[in-house]
Ligand binder design. Sequence first.
Ligand SMILES: Nc1ncnc2c1ncn2[C@@H]1O[C@H](COP(=O)(O)OP(=O)(O)OP(=O)(O)O)[C@@H](O)[C@H]1O
Ligand SMILES: [Mg+2]
Length: 298
Amino acid sequence: METVIEMNQLGKTFGKTQALKEVTFKINKGEVVGFIGPNGAGKSTTIRILLGLIQADGGTATIFGQDVWKEAVSIHERVAYVPGDVNLWPQLTGGEVIDLFLSMRGKKVDQERKAELIKRFEFDPTKKCQAYSKGNRQKVALIAAFAADADVYIFDEPTSGLDPLQERVFQDYVKEVKARGASVLLSSHILSEVEQICDRVAIIRQGEIVEEGNLDDLRHLTRTLMTVKTKEAVPTLKDQAWAHRVKEKSGTYTFQLDSDYMNDFLHFITPYSVVKLESAPPKLEDLFMRHYETVGDS
Ligand SMILES: Nc1ncnc2c1ncn2[C@@H]1O[C@H](COP(=O)(O)OP(=O)(O)OP(=O)(O)O)[C@@H](O)[C@H]1O
Ligand SMILES: [Mg+2]
């Protein structure tokens, strides 16, 4: 596997705030990696270091083996970036800004590709940027990014203003650039999006990667949502170490089961005469929520 982005014990302090403590992870060629974590966890800081916009004060970060700070100029020829907050020149039209972004890359603009993107994103390029809504400003940046023939795409909450249909268009293009071997780092709070398109996720919390792996590996660590109805009451269910958030309503219990304890649960529950049993696969959301929650919650 060819490593495209590599971060090693990356650290960054702003005044008294230690935004990044030790961020270590890699992205391979052709990989789409989701980057998730609560507000203020350090996602944008990590991304800004990767883009060479701010300098790390500890550790190393490279893209294509080049130092992201010292060799930012040559790296940028192969990287496309879309932030969540897109600021544009108010007096230029969307189409003019797309052309401007693309001409700054120094390569010949693929007009056909650009036109296709504008159509797929249902974007009107003739209006002045000051008149665009948040979602439309994001489209300007997304169209310019996907029209660029980059090897690495870095997205920092790129779809927070898009409607569900346009969100799908975004996902389709991510899949397309991945198919031709590009790598994607996607910071997002939209977990369904991450679940749909990412090969791997890295979860950051308080400046550290707390979990990393492919989605199936991570699901293994999560809880399964259980619903069980029994003939007899199960008052001790809530006392079991593997059962969380036990709720009861007219004889039906719902709770979260530590996924590795399914068999223990089955042994436990059969004496109560099971009438109905349902289990729902853990969602990325459940995993994510656990990393939001404070200690002591179960
Ligand atoms: N320029 C700055 N000056 C001071 N503190 C900063 C600066 N940039 C970021 N921080 C702090 O660093 C920490 C990480 O912020 P960052 O923007 O990376 O979080 P994030 O994970 O992107 O959050 P969000 O999900 O809200 O976008 C926060 O505590 C933030 O307040
Ligand atoms: Mg951010």
